[in-house]
Write a protein that binds this ligand. Sequence first.
Ligand SMILES: O=C(O)CCC(=O)CC(=O)O
Length: 269
Amino acid sequence: MTGMAFACINGATIHYRHRLAAGRPTVVFANSLGTDMRIWNEVERRLADDCTFVAFDKRGHGLSELGDAPQTIETHATDLAGLLDHLGVRRAVICGLSIGGVIAQCLYKTRPDLIEGLILCDTAAKIGTAEMWNGRINATLSKGIASFADDVMQKWFTPDFHKNRSEELAGYKTMLTRQDPAGYAAACAAIRDADFTATTAAIKVLTLCIVGDQDGSTPPELVEALARSIPTARFEVIAGAGHIPCVEQPERLAGLIRGFLNDVRRERK
Ligand SMILES: O=C(O)CCC(=O)CC(=O)O
């Protein structure tokens, strides 16, 4: 199946995309705060022969409902497990960007049986401080996402992207500002309350930690610290990328994912 699909998962209608590549490993892509699954389009195109592709809009983002479940990282991880069950996927590589990477760490803690490998992209065991996220939640609900969207763009994309890819910049800013404020604020609260610092050392599957060299949200030192805390992890830096390398450097990111899938295949034998 390709294109848009919807399923009721854990009480909310979740928007997802599933493209089969027979005999290939399944990679599930979990996106970042304020984005929807279209950020993976250019990576998906490059990996068409390498993996079965699954992406989804987490609850409260894109075309997925917010629902009534508690707005925690555990709920997002339960949704992801539910989506895998719905698709009949027994084991997958999870590639999570930022909050998507936190959701992946949570899924490893609660359902390690589902995970064949982890790609933790521009993420950390704990992102930001309670003060910062409370400020973001207040601004979202009182003044709207547009009130801080330009600041977020500075973290998402490099100065070079701002200078030379202004149409895309405008498009991704629109993606951010069109998110449901309630869904966005709920995801900020979920990030604020999540801390996997105590559990990363227990990760046993092959893991690749990746960061854009100019990431203003989860800077290289933070992602390197995450990689160092996971015994099975490797660390890679993507030059010329901010917080969203799948948009800014899809060729380089797809190459790293392809190499990682080869490592996972070798590990299986
Ligand atoms: O992108 C995420 O999922 C986490 C939020 C973040 O650090 C980027 C931002 O400032 O919106």
